[in-house]
Design a protein around this ligand. Structure first.
Ligand SMILES: Cc1cc2nc3c(=O)[nH]c(=O)nc-3n(C[C@H](O)[C@H](O)[C@H](O)COP(=O)(O)OP(=O)(O)OC[C@H]3O[C@@H](n4cnc5c(N)ncnc54)[C@H](O)[C@@H]3O)c2cc1C
Length: 478
C-alpha cells in the first residue's frame, strides 16, 4: 500500500495545540500514564503513540480526521483495547482515537427491537439497561466488561453464546461511519429495519474490518426479548471420542442449546491446580447451556444428563440458572483458563508473550483436529491451554512463552495449528481477527484455497475507503 509515514514525534507539541484548538484541550492527552494504558492490548503487544484524543461527538471525529488527512497523520481507533491480535495498537507513529467518552445510548425502541448507541458504550452497560425491561443483546465475549460496541463491531466479536446467536455481523443493522478522506465524509449505511436490501452490504463490510476502513461513530443494533433461564450442565469424559459423540448427539437433539464449551483434560488439571478449584472429576470437560422454562426444566436436565451418561460422561453437575451455575463453579474452569495462563506466565517474567489461537472447523471434524493439535502441543513443549466454543467448532489453543528467544518457535507452532484448521475446511480466525499477528497467515489461507485474488480485492477496497492509508495502517492486510 502507498501512504507516507509522517513522524509526529518531533512536532507533538504543535499537533496537540492544533487538535486542542479543534476539539478542546480536555479531549486531547499526552500524559505518559494515560498513554501507557492506551499503548498496549490484551495480548501484551505494545505501541508507542504520543497523543490520544477522546472525541465526544461525530463532529469531533470529523474535525480530527480532516486534520489528520491534511497532515498525513495516522489514526488508530480504539475501544477497550481488549483485542488479542494487536489490532488497536499504534505500532507506527500516529494518534490514538479512543471512544471511551463517547458512550451514550441514544435511542431505544423495544417495539422495533433496536437501539442506537455510540461506539464507546460497553456491552455489559448496554445489557444492564436492556435487562431492566426484559430485553437483551446476546453477543457476549468473555471480555464483556471491557469490550465496547465499536470494538466488538470491528473485531466481529462472538462469545459463549455464539453457537446460538452467531457473532456481531448478525446483530448490526446499520452504522454511521466517518471515512478517512479529505472531507471526513459522513455516511449512514444499513437501516433500523431487520430487512434491508440496498445494493452491496456495506454494513457487513465494516463489521470485522478492524478499524481499517472507517470510523464507526454510531451503531444501530438489533435487540431481542430475554429468553428464559439457561440451565447449565457440566461433565467429564475420559476420551475425546466419547465427548464428541455426546456433542454430536446433543446437536441433533432439537434441544434449545445456547452454550457448548470444551476444556481439554490437561488444561482442566492445570486450571484446577492453579485456582484451587474443588470440582470433582477429571478428563475432558464439556459444559452445556440450554434454554428452559420453569415448567420443563427438570425434564430438560434429565434429558441432557441421560445423553451425557449414555455416551460415557461422568461427574455430572447441573444448575437451573446462571446464578446457581456460577455459585456451583460450573463455569469456573472455562472462565479461569485464560487468567491461569497469564498468572503462570507472569510468575516467571514481567514480560510474558501470550498467543491465543482462534481457529474454527466444522464441528464434525473436531475429533481429528483436537487430536492433531494435542500432538503439536506435545511436540513443541510450549505451555498451552486448550479450550473453546465446541458447538460452533471454534477452538482457542492459548500458549505463552517467558523467553523472547522462543518467539519464532511460538510463531511456528501457531502456524502449524492454523494449517490444521485449513486442512479440515476451517478458518484461521473466527472472532478475534487478524490484526498484526496473522497477516502472513491470511495470505497463506487464500493461497491454500487457490483464491489469492480475494486478497487483491481487499487491497482495492482498502484503497477506496482510505486513499492515503492513514486509518489503522499495517493491520489485517499483509
Ligand atoms: C479475557 C478475554 C476474553 C475474550 N473473549 C472473547 C470472546 O469470547 N469472544 C470474542 O470475540 N472476543 C474475545 N476477546 C477479544 C476482545 O475482547 C473482543 O474482540 C472485543 O470485542 C474488543 O472490544 P474493544 O472495545 O476492547 O476493542 P479494541 O480492542 O479497542 O479494538 C478492537 C478493534 O476495533 C477497532 N475499533 C474500536 N473502536 C472502533 C470504532 N469506533 N471505529 C472503528 N474501529 C474501531 C480497533 O482499531 C481494533 O481494530 C477476549 C479478550 C480478552 C482479553
Amino acid at each position: 500500500m502507498g501512504g507516507q509515514i509522517i513522524i509526529i514525534v518531533d512536532n507533538v507539541k504543535k499537533v496537540i495545540e492544533d487538535l486542542s484548538r479543534l476539539i478542546g484541550r480536555d479531549k486531547v492527552s499526552n500524559d505518559p500514564a494515560v498513554l501507557a494504558l492506551h499503548n498496549r492490548d490484551a495480548a501484551y503487544l505494545y505501541g508507542d503513540s504520543k497523543i490520544v484524543v477522546y472525541p465526544k461527538t461525530t463532529d469531533d471525529i470529523r474535525k480530527v480526521v480532516r486534520y489528520c488527512y491534511r497532515n498525513d497523520i495516522k489514526i488508530y481507533p480504539q475501544g477497550g483495547s481488549s483485542e488479542l491480535t494487536g489490532s488497536s495498537i499504534a505500532w507506527e507513529d500516529g494518534i490514538i482515537m479512543s471512544f471511551i467518552k463517547m458512550n451514550r445510548l441514544l435511542e431505544y425502541s423495544p417495539l422495533d427491537r433496536y437501539v442506537v448507541v455510540e461506539p464507546g458504550l460497553r456491552l455489559v452497560e448496554l445489557n444492564m439497561v436492556l435487562e431492566k425491561d426484559g430485553y437483551f443483546f446476546p453477543i457476549d465475549p468473555a471480555s464483556v466488561k471491557s469490550a465496547t460496541v465499536g470494538g466488538a463491531i470491528n473485531t466481529g466479536a462472538g462469545g459463549l453464546r455464539g453457537f446460538r446467536y452467531g457473532t456481531m455481523k448478525d446483530w448490526v443493522l446499520g452504522l454511521e461511519i466517518v471515512l478517512p478522506d479529505e472531507d471526513a465524509t459522513l455516511l449512514r449505511i444499513g437501516s433500523k429495519t431487520f430487512k434491508s436490501r440496498e445494493g452491496y452490504d456495506l454494513t457487513r463490510l465494516i463489521v470485522g474490518s478492524e478499524g481499517t476502513l472507517a470510523i464507526v461513530s454510531k451503531a444501530v443494533l438489533k435487540i431481542m426479548r430475554k429468553p428464559g433461564d439457561i440451565i447449565s450442565i457440566a461433565a467429564f469424559f475420559r476420551d475425546l471420542h466419547s465427548l464428541m459423540k455426546t456433542v454430536l448427539n446433543l446437536l441433533e437433539s432439537g434441544l434449545d442449546i445456547v452454550i457448548m464449551e470444551f476444556v481439554d483434560a490437561n488444561t482442566v488439571e492445570m486450571v484446577k491446580n492453579h485456582k484451587n478449584i474443588s470440582i470433582g472429576g477429571s478428563g475432558h470437560m464439556l459444559i452445556i447451556g440450554c434454554l428452559a422454562r420453569d415448567s420443563n426444566r427438570e425434564d430438560i436436565v434429565n434429558e441432557i444428563v441421560r445423553r451425557i451418561v449414555v455416551n460415557g460422561g461422568e461427574n455430572v453437575l447441573h444448575a437451573y440458572n446462571m446464578e446457581e451455575a456460577e455459585n456451583r463453579g460450573i463455569y469456573s474452569i472455562r472462565r479461569g483458563f485464560y487468567t491461569t495462563l497469564i498468572e503462570r506466565a507472569s510468575r516467571e517474567t514481567s514480560n510474558p508473550i501470550l498467543y491465543i489461537e482462534d481457529i474454527s472447523v466444522p464441528p464434525s471434524r473436531l475429533p481429528e483436529v483436537i487430536k492433531e493439535i494435542e500432538e503439536i502441543i506435545e511436540a513443541y513443549g510450549i505451555p498451552t491451554g486448550l479450550a473453546g466454543h465446541i458447538g460452533d467448532g471454534n477452538l482457542h489453543p492459548t500458549m505463552y512463552i517467558t523467553d523472547p528467544r522462543d518467539s519464532e518457535k511460538l510463531k511456528r507452532m501457531g502456524e502449524e495449528i492454523m494449517m490444521v484448521a485449513l486442512k479440515y475446511d476451517g478458518v484461521i480466525s473466527s472472532e478475534h481477527g487478524i490484526g498484526l499477528m496473522k497477516k502472513n497467515m491470511l495470505e497463506k489461507a487464500f493461497k491454500y484455497r487457490a483464491s489469492e485474488k480475494a486478497l487483491e480485492l481487499m487491497y482495492g477496497i482498502k484503497k477506496i475507503f482510505d486513499p492515503k492509508n492513514i486509518l489503522n495502517p499495517g493491520k489485517v492486510l499483509p
